[in-house]
Design a protein around this ligand. Sequence first.
Ligand code: AMP
Ligand code: ZN
Length: 438
Amino acid sequence: MTAYQYWNPGMETMIRSELEAFQLEKLKWAVKNALRTPFYAKRLKEAGVDSPDVIKTLDDLRRIPFTTKHDLRDGFPYGFLSVPKDEIVRLHASSGTTGAPTTIYFNKEDIARWTTFVARSIYATGCNKTDVFQNMITYGLFTGGLGFHAGGEEVGMLVIPSGPGNTARQFRFMRDFGTTVLHATPSFLLHVESKMREEGVKRESLKLRKAFAGAEPYSEDTRKRIEELLKIDVYNSYGLSEMNGPGVAFECQCKNGVHLWEDGYIGEIINPDTLEPVKEGETGELTLTCLCREATPILRYRTRDLSSFYNEPCACGRTHRRLRRITGRTDDMLIINGVNLFPSQIEEVIMSMKEVGNNYLIVVEKDGALDRLTVRIEVSSAVFTDDARLLNVVKEKIRKTLQASITINPKVELHEHGSLPVSEGKAKRVQDNRPKDV
Ligand code: AMP
Ligand code: ZN
């Protein structure tokens, strides 16, 4: 039986009624704090929330209007700041693949609070101070680097700030310092595994035991693939810069959904069209209220991430609710000849097939009036031979399996291992080349 370890046992296993009472107090604090910012002073007052006293129960959260990415951009640079500028000590910005970035400011206490949530997350996976942690994620404005770095130090691990890229150097660090824990995007972990085989790095020469994978959506089959190929125990890590970064929700050793740290964040699942809460357990847009940051309060933030809550308690004893794996974002849905398609549906199918390698790309184009979907897939060297007949058999198999699952007939292209682009940050899985509507 696993002996579960807790970073903050009192908080992590607190009975629900007490946890909710704690949230209510924090919510009042967050509203009071928000009223000090130019943005919320106006927005909350317009909604009749002109004082924290308006919040009497957790249900009163619904009196607070939603905040969107658009609002954050409009508020750039200081519309969301609630403390004097000389009190802030750090800023981070969202990776913002589209449009201007959004900026979040932290004071010293905010950094300390954030760090404990990351430390708690790392500790929940069974890591401890004897571990050597190679943080193979981008440092800089992106929160994954410094966020995990600080959390790892808080746990007492030796942290190697390797950042991503240069796999030869990564392998050298792993050997030289006896790395036991990795953090990377799932796509980079798959890339590391491919390079390991290519460069003949012997798995037995490394001490790797655990990995945190996050920052982008991935399927359960992708997790299994990384675990089997790298012989490593993989944990899902969910976070976003608007809510500090990593350490918002994390898997425990039961690996059945990510525990949302509810003493730091209030989660709601809403229907993105009606903005009403969905029925218990249903999928919708995750909306988060930050209870643990003073300098940049953000309330009821529409993350655009699609998820749902598990209702059953977790065997680890933590009382904080778990979220299901993010299946996509409201804004990454593709419409192919009228059929709705999330990239994650394609990943789910192909990553369960053994012929498929570690990388793929979805391309959408116009073919006359119609949309055409092409899935470019790397296959292993065993499959990618000169035997055209074998290649065709594999291609047909993948095409048929995909079509049965997504109801769209895709074109499948097989590519040699290592030939599709690899991103050091979040993987870019979709290339939509259709002309944009004007
Ligand atoms: P950023 O603010 O740049 O850190 O990006 C945050 C976004 O990355 C989230 O809103 C999600 O869309 C995505 N993301 C982060 N972690 C995960 C995860 N474990 N699974 C799926 N998507 C994730
Ligand atoms: Zn658990």
